[in-house]
Design a protein around this ligand. Structure first.
Ligand code: DX5
Ligand code: ZN
Length: 208
């Protein structure tokens, strides 16, 4: 299992990113919130650009914003492996996915807990990763929604059925217990479980 670490709950981001650089975390998960798509708002890009210097890890950028087209060109400048947009946007999703691809960055699509899995189907051949939300997007430290494993398994079945290689990642409330239910994932994203502990590596190892 690969592990992506969200620093959303961090109270000292430069310090925590430096500490994460000494772990075997696979990715740094960057949560971007605009105060519209979700109620909370994260730091402006100018600040993020400074902060990302504290990590040498590849970034996975989770855009919880109404206007991804404004953020894609900015985050494409950083050491970014994936840019993830939301399926629920009232926009032309395919052209947003194509925009990400034009920067030679891998494409992710995230699905909120109440969106039917069937809504993903038209996009599965076009993406590299599905980010399954196991909490309502918007804040760290929430509890894992219990029917998420069924949704993950449903996506795994669809990928097998269509013979598609798409990475499955799960985001929200992941800890040493909930991770066991996510055995059909390739990556797990975890925030507060790691960031609020005093041994990052131990927590990361417990997720693998
Ligand atoms: C929620 C974010 C998550 C979150 C993960 O909106 O997308 O990435 O910060 O944090 P934990 O692991 O604390 O739920
Ligand atoms: Zn996230």
């Amino acid at each position: 299992m690969k592990v992506s670490v969200s620093f959303l709950s961090s109270k000292n981001i430069p310090n925590d990113l430096k500490k994460l650089d000494n772990t075997d975390a696979d990715y740094i998960h960057v949560d971007v919130m605009d105060g519209h798509f979700v109620r909370n708002k994260t730091m402006p890009f100018s600040e993020m650009k400074n902060i990302h210097k504290y990590t040498s890890k590849r970034l996975e950028v989770h855009l919880m914003v109404d206007e991804p087209e404004k953020y894609i060109p900015l985050y494409a400048e950083l050491n970014t492996e994936y840019i993830i947009i939301h399926l629920e946007l009232d926009k032309d999703i395919k052209s947003l996915l194509e925009m990400i691809k034009r920067y030679s960055i891998k494409v992710g699509l995230s699905i909120k807990p109440n969106t039917p899995i069937s809504a993903l189907v038209p996009y599965l051949p076009l993406i590299d990763e599905v980010l399954v939300m196991s909490v309502e997007p918007g804040e760290g430290g929430q509890s894992f929604i219990e029917n998420t494993p069924n949704r993950i398994n449903e996506i795994r079945d669809l990928l097998n059925e269509y013979n598609l290689k798409v990475i499955i990642n799960v985001d929200g409330g992941i800890n040493g217990n909930t991770v066991k239910k996510c055995y059909n994932c390739d990556i797990v994203t975890s925030g507060s479980y790691i960031i609020n502990s005093d041994d990052f590596q131990e927590k990361i190892s417990s997720l693998r």
